[in-house]
Design a protein around this ligand. Sequence first.
Ligand code: ASP
Length: 439
Amino acid sequence: MKKVVKFGGSSLASAQQFMKVGNIIHADEDRRFVVPSAPGKRFDKDTKVTDMLYACYALAEKDHDFTKEFSQIEERYQEIIDGLKLDLDLTPEFNQIIDNFKKKAGADYAASRGEYLNGIIMACYLGFEFVDPADAIRFNEAGVFDAELTNKLLGKRLEGIEQAVIPGFYGAMADGMVKTFSRGGSDITGSIVAKAIQADVYENWTDVSGFLIADPRIIKNPKGIDMITYGELRELSYMGAGVLHEDAIFPVRKEGIPINIRNTNSPEDEGTWIVGNTCQKSKYTITGIAGKKGFASINIEKDMMNAEVGFGRKVLQVFEDYNISFEHMPSGIDTLSVMVHQSEFVDKEQKILSGINRAVSPDHVDIQSDLALIAVVGRSMKSQRGTAGRIFAALAHANINVRMIDQGSSEQNIIIGVDNEDFETAIKAIYDIFVETRL
Ligand code: ASP
């Protein structure tokens, strides 16, 4: 068996955390490929090393002195090295980085050093080989991740290696220029490595015991999710459920490699399994609830709209022309609504309205703002009667006016639009009916 194990920043924030990680890795000899993040926060008000690096490089870019800021970064690493009693001197690495900062090596290079240095420490601590992803994770000239080439290069680079540490978050372009993924991107590296070595499992170790059915800021002590499919997770992460980087699903999803989200601070918990498919029913009818505030709906009315071929296309063309992507498009016979992120739409509002007028000459257009969307997701919904009925009964009971309803064609999600101010109450009502009272 081959397992890829990725550890997040809070799992590697101090020597003490490194020791927990060491124990986890040594507890299972299949844990052979390790992807570390940069040291994260040790306590609530602490600063992540990645943020320290960005701030430090911002000074370097303006030719300001960054000695003090950089030495704070050095201290973070030295504290870990000393705590682990390692015979490792990172001075040459630090000097090289300072030099490259002065030469303006780029913000991506700067940020990537967090993972790079942590990877060197981790490799030394575990006695594993250090593999620099700059040699094998490739971005094209436009800075876009090249999945195919990476899979080839990385597969080759890791061939025959028994145990390796591959820092997360970055790779490089063909000319060697370092590029990072978006924030939280070490999750993506873990997934890419799992695909390249055809791992049996991708374990993603963080500071929570997996996914929760609902946001703990809204529901007190929500129940955890034992198993979730990639499809369900995609719906939930898109709607704001955190824990795993959204793009981390794709490389392993195609290969059918399961992801297991685990808690470094509570390694005995099974966490959440993310799988391609399963015949295991979820404990509750729904797998999870997530949502976001801040949407606007542009409602267009025109008599005989149903008979006008191309109406929808013309409307959407206007949104495309202004580079606005739409979230949902519920329609009636003579009405069509386009739901968009309010923050993206607001500055272009008048231009888009006149564009719609020119394109389709509607009878009436109005805008509803400050809407929230809630996704109720669950693979078991398809085969059960009355799920929608229960959701809407619960919402009616909680005195919530439903502004929009959309059931995805996969029948594994129902999206509900409510006023921003009803968002939390709506989530509580839905959680309550499916999980607490389990009617
Ligand atoms: N260190 C990076 C960040 O803070 C990447 C990661 O941790 O996944 O975003």
